[in-house]
Ligand binder design. Sequence first.
Ligand SMILES: [Zn+2]
Length: 297
Amino acid sequence: MDLFKGRNLIEFAERFKTDEDCIEYLSQLKWSNGFNCVKCNHTGCQVRSNHSRTCNKCSHTESATANTLFHKVKFGIRKAFFVCFEMATTTKSLSASYMSVRIGVTEKTARLFMHKVREAMKSSEDHPIDGNVHIDEFVIGGKEEGKVGRSYQSKKKKVVCAVELTDEGKVKRMYSIKIDNYSAKELKKLFDKHISKEAKVTTDKWKGYKPLMKHYNITQIESNNGLNFKALHTMIHQVKSWIRTTYSWVSDYNIDRYLSEFCYRINRSQTKENIFNNLIRRMVAADKIYQVNLICK
Ligand SMILES: [Zn+2]
């Protein structure tokens, strides 16, 4: 199939003129390796004029959007494509209220769909960092007083962040997740998801990392007010100001989704040509998600 490449909005609007253009694109991605009936596993099918597939054996019909993150998108698949395109290619901050004005849906609709896109942006956890990595924690929603000896009581949202560095000390990849406190048990969550046992890890002298030294190659050095972790702290500064200026407030429930979005774009800044397509592929591969799982209970 002819994949859409690049970040040109004019070309994008030309390519996806109607909902049908988008549905056809989705159907080609979804069944790029052939059809496989979800009910009976049969591989023979009829292609319908609306790009659905009907199983030759059990007659089950599946639409291009069924069981994907586009499942039951009611405001139009073309608008959904535009949201994906904006979120994949932007270098700026996109709030739900801005998006609602830009594509003509309610703010709530925009917010819920944007959370679905963030689900697709979530790391596969298939490529743990095995090179040089710097790790530190930070808080969202204000300054943490007296960082040495991290506070366990604070209500602020705590986050741990890993940055893989090139030999030149530049950021190669970044992963970040919410933690409940700064204990080894919580910090280990990031290691389990994103850090290979082969990685060369550097942290400041926080004692929470010490128990992890049994399993990981960790060196602890003085932070020197962040000067020894310059690239990492630049990223931390960026993610904090991005969240502060775009959303002003994010719920505990959704914070990992925002972090996924930020890291997704950082980790693909070298492959922008294919970023829209990568995102759509992930939207199609991910299972549907219901509204109740997108909002804070
Ligand atoms: Zn079937």
